[in-house]
Design a protein around this ligand. Structure first.
Ligand SMILES: Cc1cc2nc3c(=O)[nH]c(=O)nc-3n(C[C@H](O)[C@H](O)[C@H](O)COP(=O)(O)OP(=O)(O)OC[C@H]3O[C@@H](n4cnc5c(N)ncnc54)[C@H](O)[C@@H]3O)c2cc1C
Length: 123
């Protein structure tokens, strides 16, 4: 059975999810099926009302690409068309792709953008 801490709500980065779960007072070994209503409500409140002030750039260069996005199994990589919403083509940062810095993210954006553009031009 999955714990709340480990089975995160997917759009959120793992470390942010862990912090919100712990701030909600949810013990690390709490399973989803055993989550008490007050803790669940506290988590919902944190998810919808947490303010995160930005006070500068990280020294770890983590800000170069945004993690998360449209899950890759939901995309046809030949055309970059959504398998969920036909007619919508996806590229770059919209996708759940993140590489280390050094050109991989640019390449991902250019390649997926080119594929999407080619497919849309054929429509
Ligand atoms: C500081 C920094 C350094 C980076 N260095 C590197 C690197 O060295 N190598 C590497 O590979 N990657 C690097 N990246 C990542 C790379 O820049 C991105 O992955 C890439 O640019 C993503 O391309 P994209 O077209 O998907 O998104 P973006 O480049 O973000 O383009 C999205 C565009 O959409 C526009 N837009 C947003 N909302 C709307 C709207 N509602 N209507 C109309 N337009 C809208 C935005 O203004 C923007 O022009 C870096 C990123 C940052 C922030």
């Amino acid at each position: 059975m999955q714990t709340v801490l480990r089975a995160r709500w997917n759009p959120l980065p793992a470390r942010l999810w862990e912090q919100l779960v712990l701030q909600a007072g949810i013990a690390p070994d709490t399973q989803w099926t055993r989550l008490a209503k007050p803790e669940a409500l506290k988590l919902v409140s944190l998810l919808t009302a947490t303010e995160l002030p930005v006070d500068g750039k990280s020294m770890n260069k983590e800000e170069f690409v945004t993690c998360g996005g449209i899950p890759l199994p939901e995309v046809d990589f030949k055309t970059m068309e959504s398998r969920i919403v036909p007619g919508i083509h996806l590229a770059g940062e919209a996708l759940d792709i993140d590489g280390i810095t050094g050109g991989f993210n640019f390449q991902a954006a250019w390649t997926t953008g080119w594929l999407a553009g080619q497919a849309m031009a054929r429509l």
